[in-house]
Design a protein around this ligand. Structure first.
Ligand code: ADP
Ligand code: MG
Length: 514
């Protein structure tokens, strides 16, 4: 230590092991022999896991599975000749599966055959995980394994960056969204590409926000849990056969999916295909839309494009949930507002949710919120109270806003406004109706005045009011009011007047006469 290391020597084997470690490669499987044993030893010395197997084929299967599971390639270490030939099965399998893998084979000495260089390592790691993942092979001449080099003369390439994330082109994203929106019997197929890209959160949100049925491929299982209510795995054949729009998330239309062809599919089925590999797009069928890009990124793009206006309950609650402090009180009342909100908005603490309760009472919300805010002020300062009200529910005790302002309580009122009780009308329909007949006889009992500015009830008493129509306005206003606690606030959130709760099941899958 501290001494001059300029004369210190290091073997080729150690350099190889160090290069792998520098690339965050953690696992090596193999069957050792001349000339690769030293590489396994060197790897162990550096703290990498070496697992000695009995046949290179199994070693190679194992290494490729590690690549799939961890996102960094596993190494399969083999000897030249028969060792490499045995590994070929695993390499082919990894390539077909699109799983990252590095096979390192020892070969004869360089004076017998000129090949390979140290510098190939970083490229090997990159090419196994960038773009469509797969197997790559590095040939190490025997004399490089034993060669002694001056430590100072060796440079390790720093760990390569994670694969760059590519997104699909925006017009294609919009087109896909519109194809999906207009589908009568949509189906998502979730493949192992989705698993590899860690797209579980975004795909789950897509499934839930758009209420889309999904079918996992064998290794796409678990990306969204099999017991999710939208999983139609049990009705696989029917799902494939009757879907009019199928969205492929990292699954190929190969034999596993019956090539995407009739009679397993409708002849007029529209495919939306998402894959990181351009060559895969349009294979076997002509897709309605192709999205070239990373699945996780593209499903987020699709989610974002769901900004289609007006918002519905799910869009609203999704954006609210994203920002809610975990320790907040949630008070809620209203019909759909309370029911749907309950499924999306999360509580993490006991006694922090108050709603219409056993008696199904509307008009309790503001009183409950005031109580929660007072108690929170005394016992757990800093905790916020979010009061999620339907527009009709808000009407029952809206004047308590004055109380809230008088005591300056840290309450955020969200009025989810669909212009009515259960459902209302948009302003245009409303106008037409009134032109036609007198209000008293023609206005449906469920309607409330369209586009009412409930936020002005709050501003009337000096609080902060927002009228929001887009997810962005909603997010911004909520962010502002969560950051600045100086005043109570009411966000009047306009949603689709006819927006209702999602259908409870997928009739098209269960109807027996189809
Ligand atoms: P399954 O067997 O589940 O049907 P496949 O192996 O047929 O899955 O298809 C997986 C697809 O996923 C491949 O076409 C591959 O190119 C693609 N893929 C792999 N990783 C990604 C990624 N990060 N983003 C998008 N597509 C990916
Ligand atoms: Mg497939």
């Amino acid at each position: 230590e501290g001494s001059d290391r300029s004369e210190e020597q290091v073997s080729g084997a150690k350099v190889i092991a160090q290069a792998l470690k520098t690339q965050n490669v953690e696992y090596m499987f193999g069957v050792v022999g001349i000339p690769v044993t030293e590489i396994a030893l060197a790897a162990q010395e550096l703290g990498m896991r070496y697992i000695g197997m009995r046949n290179e084929q199994a070693a190679c299967y194992a290494a490729s599975a590690v690549g799939y599971l961890t996102g960094r390639p596993g190494v399969c270490l083999v000897v030249s000749g028969p060792g490499l030939i045995h590994a070929l099965g695993g390499m082919a399998n990894a390539n077909m599966n699109c799983w990252p893998l590095i096979v390192i084979g020892g070969s004869s000495e360089r004076n017998q055959e000129t090949m390979g260089a140290f510098q190939e390592f970083p490229q090997a790691v990159r090419s196994s995980i960038y773009g469509r993942p797969g197997a790559c092979y590095v040939d190490i001449p025997a004399d490089l394994v034993t060669l002694q080099e001056k430590v100072n003369s060796i440079k390790y390439k720093e760990c390569c960056m994670p694969p760059p994330v590519s997104m699909a082109e925006p017009p294609a994203v919009c087109m896909a969204a519109s194809v999906i929106r207009n589908a009568k019997q949509p189906l998502l197929i979730i493949g192992k590409g989705a698993a590899f890209s860690h797209a579980e959160d975004s795909i789950r949100k897509l499934v839930e926000q758009c209420n889309l049925p999904f079918l996992p491929t064998p290794m796409g299982k678990g990306v969204v849990p099999d017991n999710h209510p939208n999983c139609v795995g049990a009705a696989r054949s029917r799902a494939l056969q009757f879907a009019d729009v199928i969205v492929l998330f990292g699954a190929r239309l190969n034999w596993i999916l019956h090539f995407g062809l009739p009679p397993r599919y409708r002849a007029d089925v529209k495919f939306v295909q998402i894959d990181i590999c351009a060559e895969e797009l349009g294979n076997n069928v002509r897709p309605a839309v192709t999205l070239l890009g990373d699945i996780n990124a593209v499903s987020k793009q699709e989610l974002a494009s769901k900004k289609s206006l007006p918002m519905n309950y799910y869009t609203v609650f999704y954006h609210v949930q994203e920002q809610l402090p975990r320790d907040c009180f949630i008070v809620s009342e209203g019909a759909n507002t309370m029911d749907i909100g309950r499924t999306v908005l999360q509580n993490y603490l006991p006694r922090h949710r108050l709603d219409a309760g056993t008696f199904g009472t509307m008009g309790v919300g503001l009183g409950f919120a005031i109580a929660a805010a007072i108690v929170a002020k005394d016992r757990s300062p800093g905790q916020r109270v979010i009061c999620v009200e339907g527009d009709s529910a808000f009407g029952f005790s809206g004047m308590e806003v004055e109380t809230i302002c008088r005591y300056n309580l840290p309450i955020i009122l969200l009025v989810v406004n669909n212009n009515g009780i259960y459902q209302g009308f948009d302003a245009d329909t409303w106008e037409k109706m009134l032109n036609f007949q007198e209000a008293a006889t023609s206005v449906p009992p469920m309607c409330l005045l369209p586009n009412s500015h409930y936020e002005q009830v709050m501003t009337a008493f000096g609080g902060r009011g927002y009228f929001v129509q887009t997810p962005e306005e909603l997010r911004n206003s909520l962010k502002q009011t969560l950051e600045d606690t100086s005043k109570p606030c009411l966000i009047n959130i306009m949603i689709e007047p006819q927006s209702t709760r999602k259908a409870q099941d997928f009739h098209w899958l269960t109807r027996s006469n189809m």
